[in-house]
Design a protein around this ligand. Structure first.
Ligand code: NAD
Ligand code: ISE
Length: 333
C-alpha cells in the first residue's frame, strides 16, 4: 500500500519533490498540499490531493501519514513540532531550522517522543559520487584524512530570496554536513574570510571562504559563491596521509567540435542532484512507511545550524568562533 504523503511548501523544491513522488518513485501517494500562497499550492496539487488552508490542518489530517516540509527555513520549527506532536514521520528540507534554540526545541520534542521521526534534506549523503568518496576515505587505503576542500558554486540566486546572510545560514549547511559525514568528525570552530565582493552580488556576502576546524585536527576549507554565472559547480577533494581523493563537478559527455573540447555544466541543484534526491526519497519512503526516519537526523541539522551561527559570529568578530554541542541524545546514537 502507498504511503499517504502531505507536502508543505510548493515552491521550487516542493514542486520538484511532488514530481518525483508522483512520477518517478513508487510507494507514495500525495494526499495533501499546503502553502501560504494557496493558489500556488492549488496549482501544484496532483490529482486527488486536498489543498489545505494551513500546514497544521494538513499535518492533522487522517489522510496524511507522513509529511514533506519544503517551506522556508524560518517556518520549519513550528511545522516540525506539529509533525512530532502528531507522531508522524517528517522529511524536512534543509536548513532544519534557523537558530540553535529552535534546533534544541525540535530535538527535545523528538527525544520526548522516544524515537526518530525527522529526516533532514542533506541529499549529498545519498549522491553516488559522494558515497564513493566516503567509501575511499573509510576504506583507509589513503591513510587518515587531513584536509578537505569543498567548493559550492551557484550560478545565481533568485532575486529577493537571499539576504546577505544566506550564503552562511542557508548554503553553508550542506558543506558543514558533508564534511562531518565524510570525515566522520565534528566541527569544533569556524573562521570566515570575505574577499572583495563580486560586482554581481548586490548586498550579498558573496563569495565567502569558510574554514572549519574539525575535532580531529583536520581542516576543511569551503568556498561559497552563490552568484557565479557560469553554472552549478560542486566539488570536493580530500587530502589524506598518502593520497588524494577528489569529487569533480559532475562528469558529463565530452563534446569535441570547432569550439573546442567541452563538457556541459549543470544549471542548478535540480539537475546536479536529481538522482541523489530520488535515492534520498526512496530511502525515506521505506523508513517513513515503518513510522521512522533514516540518514541525516535532527542531530545533524542541529550540528549544521551551530556551524551557520558560528560563521555569522565569525564574520563579525573576524576571529575563530568555537562550537559547543550538547551531549548527543540516545535516539541519535
Ligand atoms: P521557494 O521560495 O521556491 O518555495 C518556498 C515555498 O514555501 C513558497 O511557495 C512559500 O510560499 C512557502 N512557504 C513559506 N513559508 C511558509 C509557511 N509558513 N507555510 C507554508 N508555506 C510556506 O523556495 P525553495 O527553493 O523551494 O526552498 C524551500 C526550502 O527547501 C528551503 O528551506 C531551502 O533551503 C530548501 N532547498 C533545499 C535544496 C536542496 O538541495 N536540498 C534545494 C533548494 C531548496
Ligand atoms: C539551495 O537552497 C540548496 O539547498 C542547494 O543544494 C544549494 O546548492 C544552493 O546553494 C541553495 O540555494
Amino acid at each position: 500500500m502507498s504511503l499517504q504523503v502531505g507536502v508543505i511548501g510548493t515552491g521550487m523544491i516542493g514542486q520538484d519533490h511532488i514530481r518525483r513522488l508522483t512520477r518517478v518513485l513508487s510507494g507514495a501517494e500525495i494526499t495533501g498540499v499546503s502553502d501560504i500562497d494557496y493558489d500556488r499550492a492549488a496549482s501544484a496539487a496532483p490529482e486527488g490531493a486536498e489543498v489545505f488552508e494551513t500546514p497544521q490542518a494538513l499535518v492533522r489530517s487522517d489522510n496524511v501519514q507522513a509529511i514533506v516540509i519544503c517551506s522556508w527555513g524560518p517556518a520549519h520549527e513550528e511545522q516540525l513540532l506539529d509533525c512530532i506532536a502528531a507522531g508522524k514521520p517528517v522529511f524536512c528540507e534543509k536548513p532544519l531550522v534557523t537558530s540553535e534554540a529552535a534546533a534544541l526545541r525540535v530535538m527535545e520534542a523528538e527525544a520526548a517522543f522516544g524515537r526518530r521521526l525527522v529526516q533532514v534534506g542533506f541529499m549529498r549523503r545519498f549522491d553516488a559520487d559522494y558515497r564513493r568518496l566516503k567509501a575511499v576515505i573509510d576504506g583507509g587505503s589513503l591513510g587518515a584524512p587531513l584536509m578537505y576542500k569543498s567548493v559550492h558554486r551557484n550560478a545565481s540566486v533568485p532575486e529577493g530570496l537571499y539576504t546577505s546572510e544566506m550564503p552562511l545560514n542557508d548554503t553553508l549547511v550542506h558543506d558543514a554536513d558533508i564534511s562531518r559525514w565524510l570525515l566522520a568528525d565534528e566541527i569544533e570552530s569556524v573562521e570566515v574570510r570575505v574577499p572583495r565582493r563580486s560586482s554581481r552580488g548586490t548586498d550579498l556576502r558573496d563569495p565567502v571562504m569558510v574554514m572549519l576546524h574539525m575535532q580531529s585536527g583536520a581542516i576543511v576549507d569551503v568556498e561559497i559563491s552563490v552568484n557565479i554565472a557560469y553554472g552549478y559547480d560542486i566539488r570536493g577533494e580530500v587530502s589524506c596521509e598518502t593520497g588524494v581523493a577528489a569529487l569533480p563537478n559532475r562528469p558529463a559527455t565530452v563534446i569535441s567540435d570547432h569550439f573546442g573540447i567541452r563538457q556541459a555544466i549543470p544549471e542548478d541543484w535540480r539537475e546536479r542532484f536529481t538522482e541523489a534526491y530520488d535515492q534520498e526519497f526512496r530511502e525515506w519512503l521505506l523508513a517513513a512507511g515503518q513510522g521512522g526516519a533514516t540518514g541525516p537526523s535532527t542531530w545533524d541539522g542541529y550540528a549544521a545550524t551551530l556551524v551557520a551561527d558560528a560563521a555569522l559570529r565569525a564574520v563579525k568578530s573576524g576571529g575563530r568562533e568555537t562550537i559547543q554541542m550538547i551531549g548527543k541524545p540516545e535516539i541519535y546514537s
